[in-house]
Write a new protein. Sequence first.
Lengths: 317, 521
Amino acid sequence: MSSVAVHAGLSPFFSAGSPDRQSELLKQITRSERLTPVLPASRLEVRPRPEMLPTGIPELDALTGGLPRGCLTEICGTTASGKSSVLLATIASATRREESCVLIDASDSFDPASGAAAGAAFARLLWVRCGWLKNRPSAISRQSSVVGRRSSARDLPPPLEMFSGLTGSPQSGNREPGAESHDARRTTRDEFRLEQVLKTTDLILQSGGFGLVAVDLAGIPEKFVRRIPLASWFRFQRAVEHTTTALLVISEIPCAQTCAALALRIGNQLSAISHQPSGPAHAVILETLHVQAELVRSRLERKPMHSVKATFKTRMP
Amino acid sequence: MPFACIFVPDFPVEAVLRAEPELRAQAIAVFEGKPPLQKIVSVNETARQAGVWPGMTKLQVEDGSEVLLRERSQAQEAAAHAALLDCAQSFSPRVEDAAADTVLLDLSGLEKLFGPSPAIAREISRRALEMGLETNVAVASTLEPALLAAHGFQGLSVVPGGKEAEFLGGLPVEVLFAGEVVDEEILETFRRWGVRNFRELAALPEVALSERLGQRGLELLRKARGQSLRELVPSGPPLQFEEVVELEFPVVLLEPLAFVLNYMLEQLCARLEGRALAAQELRLKLGLEDGRSSCFERTIRLPVPLLNAKTFLKLLQLDLKAHPPGAPVTKICLRIEPAKPRPAQNGLFLPASPEPEKLELTLARINGVVGEGRAGSPELLNTHRRDAFEMRRFTPAVSSGNGARPAARGRPALRKSNAFHSSYKNGNLVTALRIFRPPIVVRVKHKDGKPSHISSRKRKELSCSVLWAAGPWRSSGDWWERDSWIRDEWDIAIPEGGGVALYRLVHDLVSGLWMLEGSYD
């Protein structure tokens, strides 16, 4: 009956065709490549779980399994939350396993003494210090092709303007910082740092061969971190896909959004202090930070109903 | 035992054409001397057909002819000669440097590698052409017939064994002086006797010739008959790989300079490859047109021996962009320090590391983005001064099991104390300190001898009361130096963003300033 109903439904669209002709047409339509049948879920290709990079923190590794290679991992936390300690531990763990690591330090705040105390092998760590250049190349060298000129310096063209992709406003490359307010100078400096971070990350990921690439955006104001286009994170994520590189982003707020395969939130529960209430100030010692890590999002496995957390302690060096 | 001779005809012209290959089809004449007595010393075949000959003055050639004139360059000829030697050395270790334009080599044992003598001659000619030199190559069973055939015949020649006299018979007697100073008196004597070629000279009786021309005549007679008593005197390989180009017009832009550098790099890499060597260091020396004939030098030291012309070109381009010479370039001298190539054998279970060629380019690009000296591996200095470290070049260490690095020059590197390792092994993680560079200067109010309130002009969010303070701990050092230091450190907690932030507060007793050195995170 259904076939009759179908034929009846189709008859307005076919000009006076016989039932045999209509059934023949129906068969041709169903055989069309554009009507590929939907695959059942059991036949879908199973995506293998990526290899994990241990962070060196047993509690955190038990929570997440480590950092996934070929994926972007985001760790967020406020000041004194312990996120930098997690970063140090991960770098130390990776370098001790003789993997080459990169730390792209947006605010140039890495402390080598802390890194050495954490056990990092600096021979395998490439530390990129972003920041204000004291001796930036002159305008004449920034022009792509000029090697030298016969004319004097007075005849040189005006310096190139440096376009900041984040603010969309051109900035003069030779503008003296002292001529502006401190806030304006700091704004320009932060934009410059972020621009360096994005360029350097692109270069590092294109080069490849690193086990861990860590981008430390802590210390950059929130308003600038938010302006990093999602396309940049997507580009970074695609760059490490199908590689053995784990891309780790440390920031105070979430910025990579859906591009992060694993997102953690780090918080500081309280500071354990060993002291004598009536004793002198120099007898008061800050011993440990109690750090709590919460799994916010994971594309690697099914997210549990309730937030999963892990707590661990860090020791003062 | 076969021998080969590689001869470069019109060598001064070939040296010029090696630097400017696009001129090969044109008539070229090379001159030398001081004006106005500059004379032509060498011409190519096209110029010869145009009626220009060595010995003419420059003014005669300039007058209405289409021949391109180039001044003779000893540096370019030296580079061409070095390339010729490299070409010969790539075939045989026994090479004699007979003259600037002539090289002799022993071909013993090469049949198994290259095949019969004609194939060897073809391969030699092809490789010389890759190095920018058009050559005559001759192969013979003895040395002097090979030398004479290379000077007498163009292109490839294979002298059949035992038939040297017959093969060389048609060559003019002038060829007998190949590689030597021409004896005009003997040549004149041969002309008066009507002896014009080898065959006619070889037919002369020995005794009569020796009576008239002495031992020299006998020597020439022996050569004409294809006999050879000469032994190969091997010369050592040259120690430097250098290419020099003197530009016709000063170069202002980077692109044409890169074009010339690319060609020079390809030549140098071909020479290194012929000797199974790689490059450890690139030295670029540019002659500038700034009225003072000054030189501009740049050195690029490679972390591992590499041999890739494109990589070298990119490194030089990035370096010149970051450090432009500042004046038009008139002369380019590029020198490569050779080194044995590294044996790359990666372990099966070792983690992958960046490729040296890619890494070198990436580091050069990063230096262009963040500045020189701001990308590398930190190395702590052996001092208690805070934040004392040096940036070293990033070279992923070869796996040695302990990650040991050689000690840095100057101040010795800080050795990791056993205390660090044992505390880490106990599973306690280290709290990181994020350093403020530069430190944030603050004003501090005290209460009961402890900081109670801090304020900062530049960071308004840090102006607040201190919740908790621990310290001070005094440290000092370098009291025997001019830059001695002494400071008191505090750990403080201040409210921030709804929570508590921990900072390290420092009182510099030398300057009297209070500063926030870093935050614990």
